[in-house]
Write a protein that binds this ligand. Structure first.
Ligand SMILES: NC(=O)c1ccc[n+]([C@@H]2O[C@H](COP(=O)([O-])OP(=O)(O)OC[C@H]3O[C@@H](n4cnc5c(N)ncnc54)[C@H](OP(=O)(O)O)[C@@H]3O)[C@@H](O)[C@H]2O)c1
Length: 349
């Protein structure tokens, strides 16, 4: 059986770990932990092997530690790196390359320049098979992943009929469980957001995509406001909604007032980690004006990349046929069921 190690146990790593642990196709070696905090006991109590850097073994001596990070890498076929942005590159150089281990990196890394971790960003909707023979692949960030679910279906249906996509990303400041980051009373803008090049890396360099990004003081998801300008006849709102009706990981909601409404509902329905794992098109905000379709959707920042990592893992470890991989991911994540529950709750009244 293929063996997987998750290096990092924060917002993303802890979620990935929980789902991988429930996957009978792979064996979870354990998780990498770097600081002495509550999450050490949390991981141990869930039965996960905890591995720490060699020079920190002494610090962790009061816990039942399974070994060093290097020990875990000796045993695994694939490492899912979930380190803070930029550390994935350092891990690649210091650990994964010397140990000759294949790796998935997260969206805080880069695929260009000196610190590139891979030469491809994965998006299951756009380039699933590209990951088959790669040694290193980067999973797109939450915003980059969500955009693929909107752009790819539009590209497939309308192609050159679309003149340009102008998207404004309204990004959350910090995650729900991130107690270390203070949410500042400010709106910050991002110069040259990485999302533009990241999305184009898998959609094609010639994609007419133009992104602005702002960070706002909330912990409750991202919202993307996108204007899609057509060269010719503009589709109607019902035609646009119809295009997304059966898209995996896309829910169409009518009555959510804001992102917290959706998270609060996810909590009442006992979705793991209060995640929906998807994007939510806000149909009540959809408008067609002249040659432009204006679409607004929210993006579950922490949840959306977790099933994507699971799909990417299947592509890299098993080269699994895409439909089979989606079925297997669905068995663990129940996203079809979540979509149905969300769509019923936030339906047109
Ligand atoms: N949060 C999101 O919504 C989100 C969404 C999509 C993508 N991402 C990307 O996912 C990655 C992880 O983000 P996160 O939000 O999960 O961060 P996080 O909550 O800060 O967690 C980072 C984890 O990495 C561990 N760590 C520290 N140094 C490490 C090292 N050298 N190697 C491996 N792990 C190390 C930390 O361990 P200790 O706590 O023990 O120090 C912590 O468990 C980033 O690339 C980020 O851009 C995040």
């Amino acid at each position: 059986m293929k063996k997987v190690f998750v290096n990092g146990y924060g917002s993303i790593g802890s979620r990935i770990t929980q789902f991988i642990a429930g996957d009978s196709d792979v064996e979870l070696i354990g998780i990498g932990k770097y600081s002495l905090d509550d999450k050490v006991s949390d991981a141990i109590s869930r039965g996960f092997g905890v591995y720490v850097p060699k020079n920190k073994l002494e610090q962790f001596k009061n816990f039942k530690i399974s070994g060093t990070i290097e020990d875990a890498l000796e045993k695994c076929d694939l490492v899912i790196d979930a380190a803070p942005g930029g550390n994935g590159y350092i891990n690649k150089k210091n650990l994964y390359e010397p140990k000759n281990v294949r790796a998935i990196f997260q969206g805080g890394e880069k695929i260009t320049g000196e610190n590139a971790v891979a030469d491809v960003i994965f998006n299951s909707r756009a380039n699933y098979v590209e990951a088959f023979d790669k040694k290193y692949v980067m999973q797109g960030s939450c915003n980059v992943t969500g955009m693929g679910r909107i752009l790819q279906p539009l590209k497939e249906k309308y192609g050159k009929k679309i003149k340009r996509f102008d998207a404004t990303l309204i990004r959350r400041w910090a995650d729900l469980e991130d107690s270390k980051t203070e949410v500042k009373d400010s709106i910050e803008w991002t110069r040259k957001p990485h999302h533009n090049d990241d999305v184009k890396s898998y959609m094609g360099k010639d994609t007419p995509l133009f992104i602005r990004a702002f960070k706002v003081p909330t912990r409750q998801m991202h919202v993307h406001s996108m204007d899609i300008r057509f060269n010719e006849t503009v589709p109607s709102s019902p035609e646009i909604l119809d295009l997304f009706k059966n898209e995996y990981g896309v829910a169409i909601l009518y009555t959510a007032k804001g992102t917290k409404d959706i998270r609060d509902f996810a909590e009442t329905t006992k979705f793991s980690f209060k995640d929906t794992n998807m994007i939510h098109i806000h149909a009540d905000m959809l408008e067609v004006q002249d040659d432009i379709v204006k679409i607004t959707y929210s993006d579950d920042q922490t949840g959306i990349v977790v099933p994507e990592n699971h799909l990417l893992m299947q592509a890299m470890l098993f080269k699994r046929n895409k439909n089979d991989a989606f079925k297997h991911t669905e068995d663990l994540f129940h996203m079809e069921e979540k979509k149905k529950i969300l769509e019923e709750h936030f339906s047109m009244k």
